[in-house]
Design a protein around this ligand. Structure first.
Ligand code: GDP
Ligand code: IMO
Ligand code: MG
Length: 431
C-alpha cells in the first residue's frame, strides 16, 4: 500500500502521533490535511518527548518530507515556535517542511472571538482549545479569511486585513463591548511572520501528486478524532474541520483514489477533553480506577486539561469505522488497563430500556444513553515490555479478540507504552 491515512476513531488523543512516527520509518512523505494548533501529538523517542501541533510527526525521521495542507489553519507565532523547537532538538527541517499557499491564517481576532464566544455561551460552551480554530474556519467559509498566499503578498494582505478588520471591530464592539483592534499593529506583526514563513510556502498539491505518481509512500496524519468531525461528530461539541478519512483528500487537494488505505487509531479505553456527551465516561467510585492522569499520559498537551476517561465503546467505534472505511485498527495504550481487576466493554446502547440500532445524531439522545456492558477479567500484569502477541497474558488476548469480533475489523498494531519499541505488530500494514 503506497498511501495510508492515520485517523482518530474517538474524540482525539488516541495516539495518532505515535502511529505516524512508527510508520514514518518507511514513509517518504507525511502530510496534515486539516485542523490547526488545537491538535497536540506527542511522540517519545528514547526518553525524549516531542510535542507537535501542526508539524507532522514524520519530521523525526530525517528522510521524510512533511506537508501542511490547504485544509489546515495556521497560527503563525505557534507554528514558528514549533519550528524553533525543531531547531532546539537539532532536527533538520530545511527543504523538508512545506506549507500550502491555500492554508488559512489564524489572526488575533480569531483567538479573541473564540474566547468571547465561549464565555458568552456559559454552561453551553464547547470547551474549545481557545486557539481561534472555529472563528478562522468560519471566516474561510464566509469568504473573508486570509490565506498564506494572501499573507505573502504585501498589498493583498493590507487590503484584506483592512476590510476584514472593519467587520471584526464592528462585531467586537457591538456584540461583545470589546475595544477595537488596531490594523497597523496586526499588519506589522504579521508581515514579520510572513517573511519567516515564506521559505516554507510551496505548491504541495503538485508535489504530492508527483510523489503519488512515482509510487512514493505517503502518510496522512489525522488530527482530532472522528467524533469531533464538524459534520458527523457529536455536534455541536466538535471541532470545525472534517476529521474523517474523507477529509484527507479535500484538505490536501488530492484525488480520493490517492488515499489507498485507512488505519483507525483507538485507545483500549476512551477519553475526551472539552465538553459534550460521553456515554461510557467513568462515574463515582469508578474514577478511582484511573487515579493518576499524568502517569497515564492523559493530560492534554495543548491546554493542560485532564482528559475525561471511560470504558471502550464498541458501539461508537462501529459507527466511526463505518464513517471512515477503516481497514485495520491500531489499539493504543493497552498497558493503561494492566492493573485492573475487571474491564468493561460497551457493546450496545439503550434509551429508556430500549435497544437502539444506530448511533444517535443528537446530543439529547447521547446524554440519555444507557450503555450495555460486558465485563471481562483483567490480566493484572504489566504488558509494557511485551513485543510479541503470543506473550500477552491470556485475558489481554481475550479482550482484544472480543473487540475484533464485535467490530469485525482486524487489529494490526497493539501499543503497550509511549516508546517506539513498546509496540506489538500484528501485521506490517504499510510495507
Ligand atoms: P494524538 O493526539 O492522537 O497524537 O495523541 P496524544 O499524543 O495527544 O496523546 C496520547 C498520549 O499517550 C501521548 O502522551 C503518548 O505519548 C501516549 N501514548 C501513546 N501510546 C501509548 C501507549 O501505548 N501507552 C502509553 N502508556 N502511552 C501511550
Ligand atoms: P488531537 O489531534 C482532543 C476538542 C476541544 C473541544 C473541541 C473544539 O491532539 O487529537 P477547537 O479548539 O478545535 O474548536 O475545540 O475539540 N479538540 C481536541 N480534543 N484532541 C485534539 O486534537 C483536539 N482538538 C480539538 O477540546 O472539545
Ligand atoms: Mg492529542
Amino acid at each position: 500500500m503506497s498511501s495510508l491515512a492515520v485517523i482518530g476513531m474517538q474524540w482525539g488523543d488516541e495516539g495518532k502521533g505515535k502511529v505516524v512516527d512508527l510508520l514514518s520509518e518507511i514513509a517518504h512523505h507525511t502530510a496534515r490535511a486539516q485542523g490547526g494548533n488545537n491538535a497536540g501529538h506527542t511522540v517519545i523517542v528514547q526518553g525524549t518527548e516531542y510535542r507537535f501541533h501542526l508539524i507532522p510527526s514524520g519530521i523525526l525521521y530525517p528522510h521524510t518530507k512533511c506537508y501542511i495542507g490547504g485544509g489546515t489553519v495556521i497560527d503563525p507565532p505557534s507554528l514558528l515556535a514549533e519550528i524553533e523547537g525543531l531547531k532546539k532538538h537539532g532536527l533538520a527541517y530545511e527543504k523538508r517542511l512545506f506549507i500550502s499557499l491555500y492554508a488559512h491564517i489564524v489572526m488575533p481576532y480569531h483567538r479573541l472571538i473564540d474566547r468571547l464566544v465561549e464565555e458568552a455561551k456559559g454552561s453551553a460552551a464547547v470547551g474549545t482549545t481557545g486557539r481561534g480554530i472555529g472563528p478562522c474556519y468560519v471566516d474561510k467559509v464566509n469568504r473573508c479569511g486570509i490565506r498564506l498566499a494572501d499573507l505573502l503578498s504585501v498589498e493583498t494582505f493590507q487590503a484584506k486585513l483592512d476590510s476584514v478588520l472593519a467587520l471584526k471591530n464592528r462585531e467586537l464592539q457591538g456584540m461583545f463591548g470589546h475595544a477595537p483592534l488596531e490594523a497597523k499593529e496586526i499588519y506589522e506583526e504579521y508581515c514579520a511572520y510572513a517573511e519567516q514563513l515564506r521559505p516554507f510556502a510551496a505548491p504541495i498539491e503538485e508535489m504530492l501528486y508527483e510523489a503519488g505518481k512515482k509510487g512514493d509512500k505517503i502518510l496522512f496524519e489525522g488530527a482530532q478524532g472522528s467524533l469531533l468531525d464538524v459534520t458527523f461528530g457529536t455536534y455541536p461539541f466538535v471541532t470545525s474541520s472534517c476529521t474523517l478519512a474523507g477529509g484527507v483528500s479535500s484538505g490536501l487537494g488530492i484525488g480520493p483514489t490517492q488515499v489507498r488505505g485507512t488505519v483507525g487509531v483507538t485507545k483500549a479505553y476512551t477519553t475526551r477533553v472539552g465538553n459534550g456527551p460521553f456515554p461510557t465516561e467513568l462515574q463515582g467510585d469508578e474514577l478511582s480506577l484511573f487515579p493518576d492522569h499524568a502517569e497515564a499520559r492523559e493530560i492534554g498537551v495543548t491546554t493542560g486539561r485532564k482528559r475525561r476517561i471511560g470504558w471502550i465503546d464498541l458501539f461508537m467505534l462501529r459507527h466511526t469505522i463505518c464513517l471512515n472505511g477503516v481497514d485495520s485498527l491500531a489499539m493504543m495504550k493497552l498497558d493503561i488497563l494492566d492493573h485492573l481487576e475487571e474491564i468493561q466493554l460497551c457493546v450496545g446502547y439503550k434509551i429508556n430500556g430500549r435497544t437502539i440500532r444506530s448511533f444517535p445524531a443528537t446530543i439529547e439522545e447521547l446524554q440519555r444513553i444507557e450503555p450495555v456492558y460486558e465485563t471481562v477479567p483483567g490480566w493484572k500484569t504489566s504488558t509494557r515490555e511485551i513485543s510479541l502477541y503470543n506473550e500477552l497474558p491470556a485475558h489481554a488476548k481475550r479482550y482484544l479478540k472480543r473487540i475484533e469480533q464485535v467490530l469485525d475489523v482486524p487489529i494490526s498494531l497493539i501499543s503497550v507504552g509511549p516508546e517506539r519499541h513498546q509496540t506489538i505488530w500484528m501485521e506490517r500494514f504499510f510495507e
